[in-house]
Ligand binder design. Structure first.
Ligand code: NDP
Length: 237
């Protein structure tokens, strides 16, 4: 556990899966946590009540809504951008609007949220974005738009780390491999294919990812910036 008491944390996309585990972890460690959600109102309200955190509806596909939420929540000690979507399929037949929505949520929202947060973040603030091991490795067909979106975060972290370095704000990407959530259930149809790529033949748990986020956000993460942190059971090995 890390002591985050007195710290203000905003998690974009916290109602389910990895985001919910991150909300739970920061709340258990004493932080003052706000999180956004888009579609899962009931799950968000239940999580907020259980963890004594604050849930606010803000669609990450809406740039202005994201910027407004970050601004209203500031100054933040920690910003975590977890909200992300995947649209797998043959890009030759996929609707370009669907692809652009992936880029809006997975790339544009983290960029604008990070910039807005950095405007008021105190010295030593932390910006952490959930990328994916698919930013490094996409070993099957149908995931090009998702891979593009997660690779783009790598360039974002490298650049913004330098832009914000004078303030001591760090910018890092956490890159999970298969994690058991609604997006990628441990017993789903992709299970055997995914495990065939991995050194550890299991899906990870959302709490394992939340632990890495807490490490980067805590005092031991103070010298880590502009970097990618893969937690993937050896998927990319
Ligand atoms: P889930 O689909 O289980 O949960 C996604 C979360 O993001 C939900 O809380 C959802 O909220 C929120 N979200 C999605 N779209 C929006 C939006 N437009 N606006 C606001 N919130 C939104 O996904 P995971 O927990 O599995 O994934 C979380 C992150 O981890 C994503 O960035 C994903 O790409 C990444 N990741 C996941 C992996 C996995 O195997 N699970 C592997 C590698 C990376 P709501 O339901 O309220 O809309």
């Amino acid at each position: 556990m890390t002591d985050f008491s007195g710290k203000s944390v905003l998690v974009l996309g916290g109602s389910r899966g990895i985001g919910a585990a991150i909300v739970e972890r920061f709340a258990a460690d004493g932080a003052d946590v706000t999180f956004s959600y888009a579609g899962s109102k009931d799950a968000a309200e239940q999580l907020a009540a259980r963890t004594k955190t604050k849930a606010i509806r803000a669609d990450s596909a809406d740039r202005d809504a994201v910027i407004a939420l970050v601004k209203a929540s500031g100054p933040l000690d920690v910003l975590v951008v977890n909200a992300g979507v995947a649209e797998f399929g043959d890009p030759r037949t996929q609707n370009p609007d669907i692809i652009d929505r992936v880029f809006d949520i997975n790339v544009r929202a983290p960029f604008h949220a990070a910039v807005e947060a950095a405007k008021t973040m105190p010295q030593g603030g932390r910006i952490i974005v959930i990328g994916s091991v698919n930013g490094d490795r996409m070993p099957f067909a149908g995931g090009a738009s998702y891979a593009v979106s997660k690779s783009a975060l790598q360039g974002m972290a490298r650049g913004l780390a330098r832009d914000f370095g004078d303030t001591g704000i760090t910018v890092n990407i956490v890159q999970p491999g298969p994690i058991d959530t609604d997006m990628n259930p441990a017993e789903g149809p992709m299970k055997d294919l995914m495990h065939s790529f991995m050194a550890l033949k299991r899906h990870g748990r959302a709490e394992e990812v939340a632990g890495m986020v807490a490490y980067l956000a805590g005092p031991e993460g103070s010298f880590i910036t502009g970097a990618m942190h893969t937690i993937d059971g050896g998927f990319g090995a």
